[in-house]
Design a protein around this ligand. Structure first.
Ligand SMILES: [Zn+2]
Length: 374
């Protein structure tokens, strides 16, 4: 069963499962909880359970197509850039009144539903106020407060929380090729957020990058300015590598369009869409990369601070480097460490405001050198 493959979220899963089994389905659900915690995975499993004759077996053609987002009666809406375009919601409104193509039910999953601005939200509200027969809306959001109260009041809320560390570790060990020590580390680094934890397992360069960042951070003490700039350039290359990979994935997708099955006009407009999406994804991935680098540095100094204050080893994020943390804590003062962490926080905000990544990493490293090791 698809629900069984989802780790954690027992209460949410069982209430949805019960609804499916009893045929007691609402027209609108609101899935709330921290981002990347698994809301969307459950939403998809729920959609499959609604359509599949075996309540979401995970094996049949229907389930497979729902999961790969190829089923004509399940529509997934995502923001384009910062918002969900109102045209998209209008399309959904029209579509909601058309008969399902293959099933007796139609499902619309709206990711980041809080990004519908006013016009989109009131268009959706019109459907929710008088929903046509076999329609299920699943609004997914980490920020329900940003939705219209009139929309909230028409949805059944399903809450998601972070997965307990032991449960998440168990899941990583049973589904991924990872050692118990590394699984522990991933659970701590990602704070129990399933989506992120899976990314860290499936993209091993993230762990390699974390190791590089800590190595560079530890080398700051003895490095001169040239070496610091060289290290920053290296970390920047680590940030860029997955971005470059992403660009080449988009290029492949674009090349695939010209296989002769589509007319020229369609190819042109689809490839324009892909170009735009690629540009947005590049920016997102680079910001995410820089923030990951910066937070790795910040966690490192946080651990040293905790250790220096006599904190428990169980509180450390980088528990695999306890000895190194203990030896560094002998040199560094509490106030300097706090100042340093503040500074890194500033750099994280700068990353979100599109300060060039390499410059941001350089100035952070030079700043740390100045505060801690000058
Ligand atoms: Zn099935």
């Amino acid at each position: 069963m698809l629900f069984d493959e989802v780790v954690g979220h027992r209460a949410a899963k069982s209430s949805l499962q019960r609804a499916v089994e009893q045929g007691n389905i609402n027209h609108a659900y609101l899935f709330t909880g921290p981002s990347a915690v698994g809301k969307f995975i459950v939403a998809r499993a729920f959609a499959a359970a609604l359509l599949c004759p075996d309540n979401g077996c995970g094996e049949c053609n229907i389930c497979r197509r729902v999961i790969t987002e190829k089923h004509p009666d399940v529509t997934v809406v995502r923001p384009a850039g910062k918002n969900i375009p109102v045209e998209k919601i209008r399309e959904i409104r029209l579509d909601a009144f058309r008969k399902p193509i293959e099933s007796d039910i139609k499902v619309f999953i709206i990711k980041n539903a809080e990004r519908m601005w006013e016009e989109g939200a009131s268009t959706l509200l019109k459907v929710l106020e008088e929903p046509p027969g076999n329609i299920v809306f699943i609004l997914v959001t980490a920020n329900p407060g940003a939705l219209l109260p009139t929309i909230l009041s028409r949805c059944q809320e399903i809450r998601f929380t972070r997965i307990p560390p032991d449960e998440l570790k168990e899941h990583l060990l049973s589904t991924r090729d990872i050692s118990p020590d590394r699984a522990d580390l991933v659970v701590r680094l990602t704070g129990g957020v399933l989506g992120r934890a899976l990314d860290w397992c499936d993209e091993p360069w993230r762990l390699a990058r974390r190791d590089n960042v800590i190595r560079a951070t530890r080398a700051l003490r003895r490095a001169d300015i040239n070496q610091i700039l060289e290290m920053a350039a290296e970390l920047f290359r680590d940030v860029r590598a997955p971005v470059d990979e992403l660009v080449s994935r988009y290029k492949e997708k674009k090349d695939g369009l010209a296989d002769g099955s589509l007319d020229n006009g369609t190819v042109k407009s689809l490839s324009k869409n892909l170009d735009e999406e690629c540009r947005r994804e590049q920016v997102k991935e680079e910001i995410r990369g820089v923030k990951e680098v910066l937070s790795t540095i910040s966690w490192w100094y946080r651990d040293i601070l905790i250790w220096g204050e006599g904190g428990d080893a169980a509180l450390l994020i980088n528990r695999d480097m306890e000895d190194e943390i203990a030896s560094e804590s002998g040199f560094l003062g509490e106030w300097d460490l706090l100042e340093c962490m503040d500074m890194i926080g500033e750099s994280m905000r700068a990353a979100e405001q599109n300060v060039p990544a390499q410059l941001n990493i350089e100035s952070t490293m030079l700043g740390i050198k100045g505060v801690l090791y000058a």
